[in-house]
Design a protein around this ligand. Structure first.
Ligand code: FCB
Length: 471
């Protein structure tokens, strides 16, 4: 394919495809990546890095409960210690700053900052205040996600996201956080990946709280989106100078053949992964095709909910990882047909940068009101080892540069994309896969908590230094 993102990049700088640092990443002069206001940062999430789950009044979250159940997480791993970031945050921020990263996307652990009655927990709040103040001192742009999946267990005990009341509790939490942290947050994201919370949490049970029912998934999604919609105006009042948005994971579905049935299957895949979230946010309605896939699962929606959910956003965060090749399942849905001979990561996910570009340009066509976009996560897992103090993660360098090329192509095609966050700053607790899957640009030795900067992080740092020098 002539405009294949990987091919374009390899033509421009063939040596870079080997991931060698001797051949630094030199995007073409007209690449948007050179724009100094194109934000380049890294992302993490509270439960995946903080540890200290019993400290300073933190309450249990649904992930503490879920990961403690046998068979739910690979090797029985939990986030109890994780990267011990709760104690090592200062050194971790030094590391982030020393790499020259300009932005940091972190999340707040709701169970750390409020008790069961909603009373603020000062010790937990102070942790985030110290962290955000330090980031501001370092002139790092801060993106704060309010909900990256660690729901307080006491709310799950009252129905979690199946209970409409959780959306109102979330608005209270957003109110407290934005009153306390106003001035240190550049951008607030209400939710991270409601698709995962609703579908993996309540639809197939692969994530906490581990329920499996399509009807639950659609209702949980509705309450998650409602929570978002209720929080946005609160954030606007308390912290007017910051940007407000939400983070969605998006999936590319491609048809296994030209048959109408397979084309329809790919369409339904993208409805289920993308339109289910983006249509309510940007069009104020659920896509009706979703209920062809899952008949009889329409959520209970009260008057005014869709207006609340579709209030204007300042930005849309996009997380992209891979594509799925699908065929018709012979009934109303789709089934995965894994492609042979394609490049994959440690997760088994296909490396497919064009999917990111194609989805973004597609959204631009579909949604006339598409807000400015930040790529809030993109990255890959590999089985990284430290050898002589180095980690040669060459596949990751290649992955990142191809996806950055895809982002540049989308920008040139007219999509307003303002930044890109690597997932992740450091290896961490990868949910149901525990510590085995390493997504970081910094390696973490979990027995010593030693951090080792990988080649990919050196590569990003080198590019950022070069960009600064040219500015
Ligand atoms: C996303 C999550 C993030 C991380 C990556 C690999 O779905 O938002 O926490 O686990 O996947």
């Amino acid at each position: 394919m002539a405009n294949d993102a990987s091919a374009v990049f390899d033509t421009l700088s063939p040596a870079v495809s080997k991931g060698s640092l001797a051949d630094p990443f030199t995007p073409p002069v007209d690449s948007s990546l050179w724009r100094k206001n194109f934000l380049l940062g890294a992302a993490t999430a509270s439960y995946q890095i903080e540890g200290a789950v019993d400290e300073d009044g933190r309450l249990p979250s649904i992930w503490d409960t879920f990961s403690a159940k046998p068979g739910k997480v690979l090797a029985g791993d939990t986030g109890a210690v994780a990267c011990d970031h709760y104690h090592r945050w200062e050194a971790d921020i030094e590391m982030l700053a020393s790499l020259g990263l300009e932005g940091y996307r972190l999340s707040i652990a709701w169970p750390r900052v409020m008790d069961t009655a909603g009373v603020p927990n000062r010790k937990g709040l102070d942790f985030y205040k110290r962290l955000l103040n330090r980031l501001k001192e370092k002139d790092i742009t801060t993106f704060v996600t309010l909900y990256h999946w660690d729901l307080p267990q006491h709310l799950e005990d009252r129905g979690g996201w199946l209970n409409r009341d959780t959306a109102y509790r979330f608005a209270d939490y957003a109110d407290l956080m934005s009153r306390e942290l106003a001035g240190t947050v550049d951008a607030w994201a209400t939710l991270n990946e409601p698709w995962c919370s609703a579908y993996l949490g309540y639809g197939n049970g692969h994530h906490a709280p581990g329920l499996a029912n399509d009807r639950f998934a659609t209702q949980a999604m509705h309450h998650l989106l409602l929570a978002h919609g209720l929080a946005v105006p609160v954030l606007r009042v308390n912290d007017p100078a910051s940007q407000k948005g939400i983070v969605a994971n998006i999936g590319r579905g491609t048809p296994n053949s030209d048959s109408a049935a397979d084309q329809r299957a790919a369409h339904l895949f993208e409805v289920q992964h993308n339109a289910w979230i983006l249509d309510p946010l940007l069009k104020g309605a659920y896509p009706q095709d979703l209920f062809e896939l899952w008949p009889g699962t329409e959520p209970l929606v009260l008057d005014g909910d869709m207006q609340t959910i579709s209030a204007p956003l300042d930005f849309l965060g996009i997380n992209y990882y891979f594509r799925t090749n699908v065929a018709s399942d012979g009934a109303h849905g789709f089934r995965d047909v894994p492609l042979e001979g394609v490049e994959r990561t440690q997760m088994g996910w296909e490396v497919y940068p064009d999917g990111l570009r194609d989805l973004l340009t597609g959204f631009k066509r579909t949604y006339h009101n598409l807000p400015p976009i930040y790529i809030t996560e993109n990255g890959m897992a590999s089985d990284d080892q430290v050898t002589d103090g180095h980690v040669d993660d060459t596949q990751r360098i290649s992955f990142l540069k191809r996806h950055l090329a895809a982002v540049d192509q989308a920008i040139k095609a007219g999509v307003d994309i303002r930044g890109y966050f690597l997932w992740s700053l450091m290896d961490n607790f990868e949910w149901a896969f525990g510590y085995e899957r390493r997504f970081g640009v910094v390696h973490v030795d979990y027995s010593t908590q030693k951090r080792t900067v990988k080649r990919s992080a050196e590569w990003v740092a080198k590019f950022l230094k070069e960009r600064k020098a040219r500015a």
